[in-house]
Design a protein around this ligand. Structure first.
Ligand code: HEC
Ligand code: HEC
Ligand SMILES: [Ca+2]
Ligand SMILES: [Ca+2]
Ligand SMILES: [Ca+2]
Length: 464
């Protein structure tokens, strides 16, 4: 009896400690992008600099912002600072695809041409060289549907859909649409049987400097390439060639973690997507088969200092504060997310490096919900069912776990609720239903939940 009483006396203290710790952890989580998080949830939610962006940094951010939104024109023109578009390109500005610093919708509701925000990487399976691939010899590494006057564009990507019906354990149904891509109006002949087409939609631009500021070791610690712990999940890091460092380094950005840094990601977007050459990527994206493209190349369309301004801009776009943070359903949904396999890849949190390049990026407790590693996500999401290395060390079947912060604000910013690497999921629910391969177990667990638990989980995702 005495024992029981002392035990009971300890309970409140214990509860205080437990709940004290929880509420402290939760309070952090309300600010997923650390102290610089923004509390604007409007159409501008993804467009704010982290609070603390002042002085020279703020000026650099503003210049970067203007070059991110700038509509490039063909040269020669009256504004040499802002010309050099093409000769072939996907879009005339960064913000045509990352509209309002948000994400592209990628796919139309009905069959037809795809949205400008969806681009296609092209690779050729080379016979007899194992699982390696090369850029398409005629169309190059990326399909450019647009061109300046007097130059042939490459063609038009179109989509049609195959309907797939899934049934939940409780008898309810869901229908998902599998995109099937086709290329029409091809100006340089057919793509050929051995072409691997890899569709990618423009993701939102928030929190990227914080992602860059995560210590490499904190990402690599979650790798389990041989699935040593036997849970069916084998996250791997991509190691990609850096033109700046002239060696292979950890890949962090893009749907296959194919780019090592924001500087290189941005410079390659200027080059491949808009036809803007820079000191980092001095050559236009034309192949030998594209004579008119080659005849219209331009040199150093953007200078290094402007490129650096755009990089500062992309480092500092703030992550929004969580909404409905104390709502019961959201917290129940969070419990579901943590109790089924979601956090095995969507790693909740990190503390950024003390050595980050900018003070406001240092030592920040952040909640991106991603391991930033590659996972085989199954046949249905794969670029090609056969496994080829189509982005450095990432295969046709692998995708980088995307951060989930900002997921619930896509509709407010971009007016759609499209998710996954090509925007095929029309809702967060559909995004989960596409998980296969290493994500199959998580999907099955989701499909076995009660309707209430599923709804709560979606509410939690919408609060991110
Ligand atoms: C044609 C549409 C399009 C245009 C134009 C475009 N992007 Fe992107 N952006 C994408 C796509 C698609 C990806 C994903 C690329 C991948 O997975 O390889 C991406 C990825 C990124 C990322 C990495 C985000 C992340 O979460 O990893 C950054 C940063 C970025 N773009 C910056 C820019 C900048 C700066 C410009 C202008 C120079 C630009 N983009 C122009 C479509 C576009
Ligand atoms: C095996 C690792 C893994 C597990 C487990 C996993 N995910 Fe994912 N998740 C991914 C990857 C990789 C993608 C991107 C796939 C693609 O775009 O093709 C993704 C995409 C998503 C997206 C869309 C994000 C975006 O920006 O488009 C949501 C939402 C999501 N996951 C939620 C969940 C939930 C909820 C669970 C648990 C039921 C879960 N995931 C379990 C790896 C995983
Ligand atoms: Ca150019
Ligand atoms: Ca091309
Ligand atoms: Ca494992």
């Amino acid at each position: 009896m005495q024992k029981l009483i002392t035990k009971m006396k300890r309970v409140p203290l214990l509860l205080l400690i437990i709940f004290g710790t929880i509420s402290f952890a939760m309070a952090n989580e309300e600010f997923p992008g650390g102290t610089g998080s923004t509390s604007d949830f409007s159409v501008q939610a993804f467009s704010h600099p982290m609070s603390g962006t002042r002085g020279e940094l703020r000026r650099d951010f503003n210049v970067g912002n203007s070059f991110f939104n700038n509509v490039w024109t063909a040269s020669p023109s009256s504004t040499t600072l802002r010309d050099g578009l093409g000769p072939i390109y996907n879009a005339v500005s960064c913000s045509s695809c990352h509209f309002k610093d948000g994400r592209g919708r990628g796919l139309p509701d009905n069959e037809g041409p795809v949205d400008v925000s969806l681009l296609f990487r092209l690779r050729i399976k080379t016979l007899g060289s194992g699982r390696d691939v090369i850029p398409h010899p005629v169309y190059g590494g990326q399909f450019q549907p647009q061109s300046i006057m007097g130059v042939k564009a490459e063609g038009t990507p179109v989509v049609k859909y195959e309907r797939i019906t899934l049934s939940y354990n409780d008898g309810l149904f869901a229908e998902i649409l599998k995109p099937i891509y086709e290329f029409i109006n091809l100006n340089f002949g057919p793509l050929g049987e051995n072409t691997i087409v890899s569709p990618r939609v423009a993701p939102q631009m928030i929190g990227l400097g914080l992602v860059e500021a995560i210590d490499e070791a904190d990402i690599l610690v979650n790798e389990d390439p041989l699935d040593a712990d036997g849970d069916g999940i084998s996250g791997r890091a991509n190691h990609v060639y850096s033109v700046v460092e002239n060696k292979a380094v950890l890949g962090r950005f893009g749907w296959k973690a194919g780019k090592p840094s924001l500087l290189e990601q941005n410079a390659s977007a200027f080059n491949g997507d808009i036809g803007i050459t820079s000191p980092l990527f001095p050559y236009e994206d034309c192949t030998d088969a594209q004579a008119d493209c080659k005849a219209n190349t331009t040199v150093e369309d953007i200078a290094m200092d402007r490129l650096n301004n755009v990089t500062t801009y992309s480092q500092l776009l703030a992550v929004p504060v969580r909404r409905d943070f104390t709502k019961i359903e959201v917290n129940k949904g969070r419990q579901v997310f943590y109790s089924i396999s979601c956090t095995k890849c969507h790693t909740p949190s990190y503390t950024t490096s003390a050595n980050a390049p900018l003070d406001i990026l240092k030592n920040q407790k952040i909640y991106p919900y991603s391991d930033f590693l590659l996972h085989d996500m199954g046949d249905e999401l794969a670029d090609d069912k056969e496994e080829f290395y189509n982005e450095e060390e990432a295969t046709t079947r692998e995708w980088r776990t995307p951060p989930l912060w900002g997921s619930g604000l896509v509709h407010a910013v971009n007016g759609h609720t499209r998710y996954l690497h090509d925007g095929r999921a029309r809702s967060l629910e559909e995004a989960i239903l596409w998980h296969g391969g290493e994500g199959q177990k998580a999907k099955d667990e989701f499909m076995n939940l009660s309707k209430t638990d599923r709804d709560n989980l979606i509410e939690f995702l919408n609060s991110l």
